[in-house]
Design a protein around this ligand. Structure first.
Ligand code: SF4
Length: 447
C-alpha cells in the first residue's frame, strides 16, 4: 500500500509523531512518503497514493491543510490525527479520525497489518525520516543561532483551561512517555547537532517529579545542552523548589501563559491564577535568574480598556521588554466548535456565526473601542515586521498610550538585555494572523 503522511505546521518543531507513525506503518511492504510543508516545498499528486494521513496538530496547521487540500483529488483512504482532528472533519467529512494511533483503528481503516513492535509510549522515534532538525526553529541568542531539538516527557494536560484545545481531547488527564525513549531521543538529536532541547509538554510540571528526573538524567548525560519548557503560573508557584532547581539544570527560559491581568477573564478561562500571581511568578523567576517568557491573550469579549495598560505596566515594572514577543500583545481568543468556553453562558452574548473556513466562531466586543485597539496594534505589527522586536514593543506601547491617554513607559534609562529565545514563538490556542500564515507558507517562519 502507498501511504502519504502530511504535516503542515507543528509550532516550529519537527513533527515527531509523523516519524512514529511511519515506524508503526512500516511493516516491510507498505511504501510510505512524508512531507512537512512547514519546511519543504514539494508538488505531489495525491491520488497516486492509496491512503493519505493528515496531521492536524493545531489550528494554524488545519487552516493550512484545508487550503492545500481544497479542490484536490484525494486517495480513497483518508485519515486525520492530532488535537484538531475533530475540528478538521467538520470540513472534510470523508476523513476518519484516528484518536489513538496505538490501537487497531488505523489497522482496520487501512486493512493492513501494522508494526506491532512499535509502542508510542516506549519506542524511540526515528527522526531521520523527517527533514533535518537544522530546518526547524533555532535558539537565537544575540548573534548566535543554535540548532534546537525537541522532546516531550508527557502528553495531555491535567488542567481544563477553557480556551485551550488540549483538554478537549484529554479531558484533564495526561500520560508520561517512557524514560529510556526520551533519553535516547534526545541523544539522537544531540548527535544530529542539537545544542538546545525544547520540552514540548503542554505543561512541564504536570508531573513535576517525572519531569525533573528526566531533566537531571539529561543534564548528567549532556551537561553542555540547554533547555526550555512551558510551565503554567499556578505550577510555578505551587512547586517553587522544583522551579528553583531548573536553573542548575540549564533551563534557559520558561514560557508561561499569563494571558491577561484581568481577573474576570482569568476566571472565565479557568487559568487557576490571578493577576497578583503573575507578579509572584515573575519575582520568583527573577530571584532564581530564570527568564520567564510570558505569552498573552489580551483580547477576549470581556477585555476592558484598562487591561492593555495594566499588562504594559507589569512588563515595565519587572523590565520584561525583551521576554515578551510583541505579536503576543495583539492576540485574540479563538473559539473552535468544540471549545470548552462554549459551555460558559458568559460567551452567549458575544458569539456570532461559525466560519467553517477558519474553523472557528467569530465574536464581537460590547465596545467597538476594543476592536479598534486590537486592529491598530495588529496593523502596526503587520507593517513593521522588519523592525526588531524591541522597537516593535515600543511602537505598540505608543499606540496603547494614544488609545488610553496614559503614559506607560517607565521613565529613565532602560538597560536593554540580550536574552535567548526560540526563532519561532507561536503558540497553539490563538488565531493565526496573516503575517504568521504567510511566513509559515513561505517557510520563512523558522529561519
Ligand atoms: S492552557 Fe496549558 S495548562 Fe491550560 S489546559 Fe492548556 S495546556 Fe493545560
Amino acid at each position: 500500500m502507498k501511504i502519504l503522511l502530511l504535516s503542515f505546521y507543528d509550532l516550529g518543531k519537527q513533527p515527531k509523531i509523523i516519524s512514529e507513525l511511519y515506524q508503526k506503518l512500516n511493516n516491510g511492504t507498505n511504501e510510505i512518503d512524508i512531507v512537512d510543508y512547514s519546511v519543504e516545498e514539494k508538488s505531489i499528486k495525491l491520488n497516486d497514493y492509496d491512503a493519505l494521513g493528515i496531521y492536524a496538530s493545531m489550528h494554524t496547521a488545519s487552516v493550512l491543510a484545508e487550503e492545500y487540500l481544497r479542490h484536490k483529488e484525494l486517495p480513497s483512504k483518508l485519515f486525520v490525527f492530532g488535537l484538531y482532528a475533530k475540528v478538521f472533519t467538520e470540513i472534510f467529512h470523508n476523513f476518519e479520525i484516528i484518536q489513538n494511533l496505538d490501537n487497531e483503528d488505523l489497522e482496520s481503516l487501512l486493512n493492513v497489518q501494522l508494526n506491532g513492535e512499535y509502542s508510542f509510549k516506549h519506542s524511540v522515534p526515528d527522526r531521520t525520516v523527517l527533514p533535518s532538525i537544522t530546518d526547524y526553529s533555532h535558539i537565537v541568542d544575540g548573534s548566535n543561532n543554535l540548532i534546537a531539538g525537541s522532546v516531550e516527557t508527557t502528553y495531555g494536560c491535567k488542567h481544563e483551561c477553557t480556551h485551550c484545545p488540549v483538554p478537549i481531547e484529554f479531558n484533564g488527564t495526561f500520560k508520561t512517555f517512557g524514560t529510556d525513549k526520551i533519553l535516547k531521543d534526545v541523544s539522537n538529536q544531540v548527535e544530529a547537532g542539537a545544542k538546545h532541547i525544547s520540552f514540548n509538554d503542554p505543561d512541564f510540571f504536570n508531573g513535576p517529579k517525572h519531569a525533573l528526573k528526566i531533566l537531571q538524567a539529561l543534564n548528567s548525560e549532556h551537561p553542555e545542552i540547554t533547555y526550555d519548557s512551558t510551565i503554567k503560573v499556578e505550577h510555578i508557584l505551587k512547586y517553587p523548589d522544583y522551579f528553583k532547581e531548573l536553573k542548575n539544570l540549564k533551563m534557559l527560559f520558561v514560557i508561561s501563559a499569563f494571558e491577561t491581568t484581568n481577573d474576570k477573564v482569568l476566571n472565565i478561562l479557568k487559568k487557576n491564577h490571578t493577576s497578583s500571581d503573575l507578579n509572584n511568578a515573575v519575582e520568583l523567576s527573577l530571584s532564581n535568574s530564570i527568564d520567564i517568557r510570558p505569552t498573552w491573550m489580551p483580547f477576549s469579549p470581556w477585555t476592558k480598556k484598562q487591561d492593555l495598560p495594566n499588562i504594559i505596566r507589569l512588563i515595565e515594572e519587572y523590565k520584561l521588554r525583551e521576554t515578551v514577543d510583541p505579536i503576543q500583545l495583539t492576540i485574540k481568543l479563538l473559539v473552535p466548535k468544540n471549545s470548552l468556553i462554549l459551555k460558559n453562558p458568559e460567551i452567549d452574548n458575544y458569539l456570532q456565526e461559525y466560519d467553517p473556513a477558519s474553523f472557528s466562531y467569530s465574536w464581537k466586543y460590547k465596545s467597538p473601542d476594543m476592536d479598534k485597539l486590537q486592529i491598530d496594534l495588529f496593523t502596526y505589527v503587520l507593517h513593521n515586521e522588519s523592525l526588531d522586536e524591541y522597537a516593535q514593543y515600543l511602537g505598540i506601547v505608543k499606540i496603547i498610550e494614544q488609545h488610553t491617554e496614559q503614559n506607560l513607559l517607565e521613565s529613565g534609562d532602560y538597560n536593554q538585555r540580550i536574552v535567548p529565545k526560540l526563532s519561532e514563538t507561536w503558540f497553539c490556542c490563538s488565531e493565526p494572523n496573516k503575517i504568521q500564515l504567510e511566513r509559515i507558507k513561505s517557510n520563512k517562519a523558522l529561519i
